[in-house]
Design a protein around this ligand. Structure first.
Ligand code: ADP
Ligand code: ZN
Length: 721
């Protein structure tokens, strides 16, 4: 190739053509550095016929500067990037960037100096030094990274090097990861588990695209089954990608993986250190990172020999990214498997309606695990009508729930109370003047966090310390908390059962792998009687002594009533219920509600999942909602309210008038202000046969927006705020 077209990693630039200088060899997918004016840009050599651009004569082409010493992006990955950009109406460059690890990873290898504790204790032990030594057990990293981890200055650490408490070690920055052993601790599977495991292992060995829906009740051993697919991949020297919905779940997964395969898998998520990121990326492109476990960002990495993708808890809405490229990692995982020609397993106890439909239509092959492992029974579910069984004033636990909690405490068993609200109270107001604490940047109340004595916005992170007096009327000590968050429920448990050991589990308290580990250990060792938690504790955990689950407010998720409210409530409650009775003792679930007649609660109480899905499918069919119809949102935002409104009106003003397509709005978004930006929304609803993306691209392409206005398209939206 003497002339190439580049996809440049900059969404503001279109494709660019270059000349390949003498002596440089390039092929499609190569990563190269090219001149652009006085600057340099990074790009990927792309098939020109797939990337239309204005023709530039040969004589005007500038030469490429450098071909980077990393393997080219494969054709299946290039097709995946194109598909994703096209489907989600996103710039190609923005999607392509997700395949990159870090810029540093593109440069050749080498060694680096890292530091670790020697075990020596310095004679002069200041509090800072003691804190650093405490924090750095088992850590090895650069001084800067260690300083960050320990929360001390690099100077303190240099002091520790000086007195021999820390030592320098030279490490290869690309040292390989220890290999996993597929035979390390193969479990003895039950018959239905074995059947499922054989299906996955067989599909991996045979190769070829095959999408599976692993539909198994909570506690059935889904992980054990897909682990056998992973074992087959390791055996045949293929790589595996396991996607988890959130980083908080990885700790638990790592333990189980290490127990099965003898070593930890390779981790990929947004809070990796730069050195870890580089090392992982290089191992992934070389093909010797055998099993990569990550959040959705791991999906676009350039695996050299991918042989299997697993999406665990595949129904989770956090697989949908709601900013930047608004893609759904569950759906794109299936597309990637298709381009790569490999099997993909979507695992869930409560599959998304979309996945159920695809299984019913025969597109996905359903693999079922109908019973819990080891003969454990699914828990009994009881719906508590809060109108009849009222909690005391300013309390949230109904009498039956209090009684069951007491029983568990007497028997020495564990309980879990679920409320999907962080903090102490969702709204704080002044008893005197009615002033409500509101976020200045968002359409949202500030949430009181009593443990850290602050009021915080859960959307933008704005925080103030809880004031002593009302900022409006000046009255002292007049703030009242309205409604409960998990901290307040924990207070109520402590008030009723002062001897109970209570653990509050939210993203505020379980914010590092270390904290997750401590929590799991405390529960496993019986140091916790009552767990009060948000959705973070609804999945993944296996606590055999946990026999009671209380759902504090089942109606919370049904308010606001977006398309998936019923489904989400069903999934959340079924998942949290699934934490009960996983060991030898039977479990019981109490669901508190003011609407016991709601279909979702009736389905939960009777355990009739099929009836729920059928009813849900029917109402979506009537509404023309996914998976029967298609939706896309157009979100217009600006720091200037008028600018946002005008841009939204301009879009609405030239709406396409087509059969089978309906445009709602523009209207101010429910979150009319978010992170300081004013927001308007349009919602497009169309039949499945409509080429929705092409229509939207053409529609928006006819307009020019002022630089301050941002127009985002959200195809298959999950968030309606
Ligand atoms: P699920 O993900 O389906 O809720 P898990 O995979 O977490 O279920 O399995 C539940 C528990 O049962 C886990 O502690 C797991 O280790 C255990 N388990 C499942 N199958 C087996 C097996 N065949 N042998 C030993 N333990 C098993
Ligand atoms: Zn805010």
């Amino acid at each position: 190739m003497r002339r190439v077209r580049l996809l440049v990693f900059n969404a503001a630039l279109g494709p660019l053509d270059y000349r390949v200088p003498e002596g440089m060899a390039v092929e499609f997918g190569c990563l190269v550095v090219a001149p652009l004016g006085p600057r340099q840009v990074l790009g990927v050599v792309w098939e020109p016929e797939r990337l239309p651009a204005a023709e530039v004569p040969d004589t005007r082409l500038r030469p490429l500067l450098e071909a980077l010493p990393v393997p080219p992006l494969s054709a299946p990955l290039r097709r995946l990037i194109e598909w994703t950009a096209d489907y989600y109406c996103a710039p190609l460059a923005s999607v392509a960037r997700m395949a990159m690890g870090s810029l540093a990873a593109l440069r050749g290898g080498g060694t680096t100096t890292e530091y670790r504790l020697t075990g020596e204790v310095p004679a002069r032990l200041t509090t800072q030094r003691a804190a650093a030594i405490d924090a750095l057990h088992g850590e090895q990293a650069s001084l800067r990274e260690l300083a960050e981890r320990a929360g001390v200055s690099e100077g303190v650490l240099r002091g520790l090097v000086g007195v021999g408490a820390l030592e320098a070690v030279t490490v290869d920055i690309d040292r390989p990861f220890p290999p996993a052993d597929p035979a390390h601790a193969a479990p003895r599977l039950e018959a239905d588990q074995q059947a499922a495991a054989d299906v996955f292992a067989g599909a991996v060995r045979d190769g070829g695209f095959q999408p599976f829906l692993l539909d198994g009740v909570t506690g059935s051993g889904k992980t054990e089954c897909y682990f056998e697919g992973i074992a087959a991949a390791i055996d045949t020297r293929r790589q595996v990608l396991v996607l988890l919905p959130e980083i908080a779940l990885t700790e638990n997964f790592l333990r189980r993986f290490a127990a099965r395969f003898g070593v930890a898998p390779v981790l990929w998520h947004s809070s990796l250190k730069a050195s870890e990121r580089r090392r992982a990326w290089r191992a992934i492109v070389r093909g010797d990172a055998q099993v990569v476990v990550g959040a959705r960002s791991a999906l676009f990495l350039p695996y050299a020999r991918l042989g299997l993708i697993v999406v665990d808890e595949a129904h989770e809405v956090s697989f949908k990214q709601d900013e930047g490229v608004r893609y759904n990692a569950r759906d794109v995982a299936v597309i990637r498997a298709k381009f790569e020609g490999i099997p993909v397993v979507l695992a869930s106890a409560t599959p998304a309606l979309e996945s159920m439909q695809l299984a019913e239509a025969g597109v996905y092959r359903r693999v079922e695990l109908a019973a819990r492992f080891g003969g454990a029974e699914l828990p009994d579910i009881r719906v508590i009508d809060l109108r009849a069984e009222q909690p005391e004033r300013q309390h949230w636990l109904s009498p039956p729930l209090v009684k069951e909690l007491k029983d568990r405490l007497l028997r020495g068993e564990q309980s879990l109370l679920f409320l999907n609200r962080r903090g102490y109270a969702p709204l704080t107001l002044c008893r005197h003047c009615g002033y409500r604490f509101q976020c200045p940047n968002c359409t949202a109340w500030l949430v009181e966090h009593r443990l850290s004595r602050r009021l915080a916005c859960h959307h933008c992170g704005h925080e103030v310390s809880t004031p002593e007096a009302c900022p409006e009327c000046g009255a002292p000590d007049c703030m009242v908390a309205c409604g409960p968050g998990v901290e307040r429920i924990a207070d109520e448990v402590a008030e009723r059962f002062p001897e109970a050991r209570v653990a509050v589990v939210t993203s505020d308290t379980l914010n590092s792998p270390g904290k997750v580990g401590e929590f799991v250990e405390a529960v496993e060792r019986g140091m916790v009687d009552v767990i009060v938690g948000t959705q973070l504790v609804t999945k993944g955990y296996h606590f055999p002594e946990l026999t009671l689950v209380g759902v504090i407010d089942a109606d919370l998720g049904l308010e606001g009533g977006d398309l998936r409210a019923g489904e989400r409530t069903y999934q959340q409650i079924a998942q949290v219920a699934g934490r009960a009775g996983r060991g030898e003792k039977p479990g019981e679930v109490l669901i508190q509600t003011r609407h016991p007649e709601a279909p979702v609660l009736r389905a939960l109480a009777s355990g009739d999942r099929d009836a729920f899905y059928d009813a849900e499918a029917e109402s979506r069919r009537e509404a023309g909602a996914p998976p029967f119809g298609r939706w896309a949102a157009i979100i217009v935002s600006s720091e200037d309210e008028t600018e946002a409104r005008d841009a939204a009106r301009a879009i609405g003003g030239i709406r396409p008038d087509l059969p089978d397509l309906m445009v709602l709005g523009p209207a101010p978004a429910p979150m009319a202000l978010l992170r300081g930006r004013h927001r308007y929304r349009l919602l497009v609803n169309a039949r499945r046969s409509v080429q929705l993306q092409a229509i939207i691209r053409e529609w928006l392409g006819r307009l020019n927006f002022p630089p301050g206005a941002r127009v985002a398209v959200d195809v298959d939206p999950y968030s309606f705020v």
